[in-house]
Design a protein around this ligand. Sequence first.
Ligand code: 6PG
Length: 257
Amino acid sequence: MTSRGAHTAPEVVVVDDPAGVAREGARRFATAVTNAISARGRATIALSGGSTPARLYDALAVPDDTTRLPVDWTRVHLYFGDERCVPPDHADSNYRMAREHLLERIPVPSAGVHRIEAERDPDDAAARYEARLSEGLAPGPGAFPRFDLVLLGLGPDGHTASLFPGTAALGERTRSCVANRVPALAAMRITLTFPVLNAARDVLFLVTGSEKAAALARALDPDALVSDCPARGVSPIGGRQAYLVDRAAASRLPPGP
Ligand code: 6PG
C-alpha cells in the first residue's frame, strides 16, 4: 500500500514511563482475553517481538497487586506477529524473548503456543504458518484469519512487525504470512501481512522511548505514506486500534485537545 493507509483515527494513550505502558498493556491484554473467552470460548493473540513488550509479558507472568489480572491461560492461543530467521533458542528470536518473559512462567498449554518455525527455509516457514493461522483462527474481514488482539511495536523507521519501508511485504494483499527480504538488515524476516493485521478485533501498539518520537508522529500523521511509515498501513476493518505510549515517545506529538 503506497498511498495513505485507510486510517481510522487510533486511540492514543500517553502514560508516564515504560513501566506504565507495561501495566496498562497488561490490563488491556487481560481484558481482551476475558472478553474473547466469554464471547467465543477462547482468545487468539499475536505477540509482538522486539524488546518493548518484554515488560508487558513480565507484568502478565508475575502480576503485582495493581496488575493482578484474571487470565485463563488454558483458553488462550498465542501466536507471533513476526520472527527473525533464526533458531528458537537464538538471542535474536522473538519466540525466545516471549518464552523467557512469559511462556515458561504461565500455565499456557503447549498446544496453545504457535511458534513460527523460522529455522526452516523462510518461504516454507511462512507457508506453514499461513496454514496454521487458517486452521486455528476463524475468518474475519476479507476471509483473513481474525485475531482477538494483535500486539505491535514500532521501529524508528516506522516499521511494524517485519513490515519495513520499501520491502515487498508491504504490497501483499492475498497471503496472511510471508517471508520478507529486509535489505536494511541484510536479513530475511517472516511476518504477518496487512490484511491479517487489519482483520483483527483489536490492535495495540506499544511504543516507548524518545528514539521512537519521530516515527510515532509519522505513524499518527494522516498525510504520512505507508511506504515511508509502514505502521500507517495498520487500520483494522471493523476493529479497534490504540497506541499505548510513554511521554518520551509522545514528545513530538501535537498538544492534545
Ligand atoms: C521485531 C518486531 C519489531 C519491533 C520493533 C520495535 O521483530 O523486532 O516485530 O517490529 O516491534 O522493531 O522494537 P523494540 O521494541 O525493540 O524497540
